[in-house]
Design a protein. Structure first.
Length: 259
């Protein structure tokens, strides 16, 4: 085989291998973070995006609709805000299944770029253990009191006391169950906050436009301040001028008399 064909074949193989490696890296980067087996981690993601101002509102709407429709799994919109104009901005906060984080970020970032991103995980292991311990203790006490309540030699006062304590335990169990459900929801789903802002050119034009729009107000406010300053200093100047004129007149008269 001619040397040129050998070299060409090697270059093709290297290019294919490089593309395959890039595809693997891209797939790895897009893998969703999830709490490992036996761990109790609550993940939160913050993403900063920059895109044309006119695209912010459609992107926010697309992300909200995708979340509410369950397009990428269990999802709920927690917060949504938007500001229009040339310096448009917006933000959306959702709680979504781990597999939905990357698709939502990709959907939000269409025709834009990611300028910053951070991920934080809170370890809820101790909170989960404390809640489970509380649930077990209350359940055991509830079962013992139910057995004790079946005794036929109990006085009425004791029965009332037991009934009151059972009500307190049941209320405590309901609270513990709610806390456990909230903890597991934070572990099973992840909070994603996406903040969008207009590109630099649009922000700069917006700032210049606002400056021109505020020119009249700034001018009139400065002029009004000068008028107030003049009005405040005018009486002082008149009185001071009169005193100075009188003092000079007396001084000159005294000099003429001494001369």
């Amino acid at each position: 085989m001619p040397p040129r064909r050998i070299v060409g074949g090697m270059l093709v193989l290297l290019a294919v291998a490089g593309c395959a490696k890039q595809e693997r890296l891209g797939a790895a980067d897009a893998m969703a973070l999830a709490s490992p087996e036996g761990a109790f981690l609550a993940y939160e993601h913050t993403v900063q995006l920059r895109l044309p101002g006119e695209r912010i509102a459609p992107r926010l709407k697309a992300v909200a609709e995708a979340c509410q429709s369950g397009r990428f799994g269990d999802c709920a919109v927690l917060q949504l805000s938007q500001a229009g104009g040339d310096g448009a901005s917006g933000s959306i906060e959702v709680r979504v299944a781990p597999k939905g984080v990357e698709p939502l970020v990709a959907l939000a970032g269409e025709q834009g770029e990611v300028t910053a991103r951070s991920t934080h995980a809170e370890d809820l292991a101790q909170q989960v253990a404390d809640t489970q311990l509380t649930q077990a203790r209350l359940k055991n006490e509830h079962a013992r009191l139910l057995d004790y309540q079946q005794r036929k030699d109990l006085a009425v006062a004791d029965l009332l006391t037991i009934s009151q304590r059972l009500s307190e335990i049941e209320a405590g169990l309901e609270q513990a169950n709610r806390e456990a459900a909230q903890q597991h929801r934070r572990i099973d789903t992840q909070k994603l906050a996406i903040h969008m802002e207009a590109t630099n050119g649009q922000r700069n034009r917006s700032e210049i436009g606002r400056a021109f729009a505020e020119f009249g107000g700034i001018f009139t406010a400065s002029l009004a301040w000068l008028i107030r300053l003049f009005a405040g200093l005018l009486p002082v100047a008149l009185i001071g001028g009169g005193v100075l004129w009188g003092g000079l007149k007396l001084w000159r008269r005294g000099r003429r008399k001494r001369g």
